[in-house]
Design a protein around this ligand. Structure first.
Ligand SMILES: [Zn+2]
Length: 398
């Protein structure tokens, strides 16, 4: 700087500008290097993460009454949680030191109940913003009545991946009739394929695709129950997902065992109970269908410990509507069998019903693929909103 005093004004200006640029570079470098080392630290298992959280309440609430807990902390995890301040605008600031390697679930308790927030340590930045009451979104993607049509698998996979990227909790359900039981309908792009070997291959391809797409659960359809030789069993035995149907008794070795219901948890530990209900079209094959509604009544106890309670069915829209009318305990029903294209999910009382169309009973490249998307919103753990619609992938080409 002293040196620059002896320079002409124009040169001084240049020097100063250079110094400024250098200063900026220096500050920038420190900034970058700090970020860089923090990023490195976060990948290391031994170094905890420090961050500031800010809980903003809605206007009517006093932030002083809020309490923040680490919901999923293990006894061995040595974390530190501090309440810092309550700000005038109804917000509370806290700091947290978290061991770092495990996902973090925070619970915010206040006068409107307890809400949970899932925090991915990989995505954690310096400040975590939370709104109270806390809303959690759960997405249920669903398909039904594929009837061997595995058209546009890449686009379907891409769409599902995109949705899984956007939400913490995405489940993928199949509401039955992935196969075709009648030989006169084993049509592959216009060619009749009467050989059961074609059925066997196609059935295995169908299940392999569903495994690849990571289906969560399936309710079988009447086309699956009307099995073909040992091929249906062989294909379904390869499924990585459970098969549920509470009103069906399997008393043959030619069909896999089915479970009545399944329970899943979300990333924040919310419990989802799924009841399976199905129908058969042929008797005498060792598959017994019990009454849908009597069976459903026996399983209404599932409501008790469920944050979300739903039925995954293959009984047709008319039966779904009756199910909804008789069992208002259900949050919603995802159905199949009647091939109803329910553009926007419908309601019977408080129970929502969704179904995502269905394919003709033949394989063709000219079908679009229908992917249903049901979204439920929990506000502080209580289901307050639900909606559903169909995403159409590809076009009708005839
Ligand atoms: Zn069906």
């Amino acid at each position: 700087m002293i040196y620059s005093l002896y320079l002409k004004p124009i040169q001084m200006l240049k020097i100063n500008r250079n110094i400024l640029i250098r200063l900026f570079l220096l500050v920038g470098f420190f900034h970058l290097s700090n970020n860089y080392s923090l990023a490195n630290l976060s990948k290391s298992q031994s170094n905890p993460k420090y961050f500031i959280g800010k809980v903003q309440t809605d206007n009517s609430l006093n932030a002083e009454n809020l309490e923040i807990f680490v919901w999923n902390a293990d006894e061995t995890e040595n974390y530190v949680l501090n309440d810092l301040t309550v700000k005038d605008s109804g917000s509370k600031i806290f700091s947290l030191e978290w061991p770092g390697e495990n996902p973090l679930v925070l619970e915010v308790r206040g006068e409107k109940g307890a809400g949970r927030v899932f925090v991915d340590p990989e995505k954690l930045t310096d400040t975590l913003f939370i709104s109270y009451p806390v809303t959690e979104k759960i997405v249920f993607l669903h398909t039904n009545d594929h009837h061997f049509d595995i058209n546009l698998p890449d686009q379907l996979a891409e769409k599902i991946a995109e949705i899984r990227q956007s939400y913490n909790d995405v489940f993928l359900f199949e509401a039955g009739d992935i196969f075709v039981r009648h030989r006169h309908r084993w049509i592959d792009n216009g060619v009749l394929m009467e050989d059961p070997v074609w059925y066997a291959q196609r059935a295995k391809q169908m299940v392999a695709l569903m495994n690849q797409l990571e289906y969560t659960v399936m309710t079988p359809g009447n086309h699956e129950f009307d099995y073909v030789e040992t091929f249906t069993l062989e294909a379904l035995s390869e499924a990585d997902f459970p098969i549920i149907a509470a009103n069906i008794d399997v008393v043959t070795d030619l069909f896999p065992a089915v479970k009545p219901f399944v329970q899943f948890s979300t990333s924040t530990g919310r419990s989802i109970h799924v009841l399976g209900l199905a129908a058969i079209s042929s008797e005498g094959k060792g598959i017994v269908q019990n009454d849908i509604f009597d069976t459903a009544r026996e399983y209404m106890f599932l409501r008790e410990n469920a944050d979300v309670f739903m039925a995954l069915t293959h009984i047709g829209l008319q039966n779904d509507a009756r199910l909804a009318a008789e069992f208002q305990e259900l949050d919603f029903i995802i159905g199949g069998h009647s091939h109803h294209y329910i553009e926007e999910a419908v309601f019977v009382g408080d129970v929502m019903i969704a179904q995502a169309g269905g394919n003709r009973h033949e394989v063709s490249e000219n079908h679009p693929v229908y992917l249903g998307k049901v979204t439920v919103i929990l506000e502080n753990g209580i289901l307050t909103e639900k909606s559903g619609y169909i995403i159409v992938i590809g076009e009708e080409n005839n």
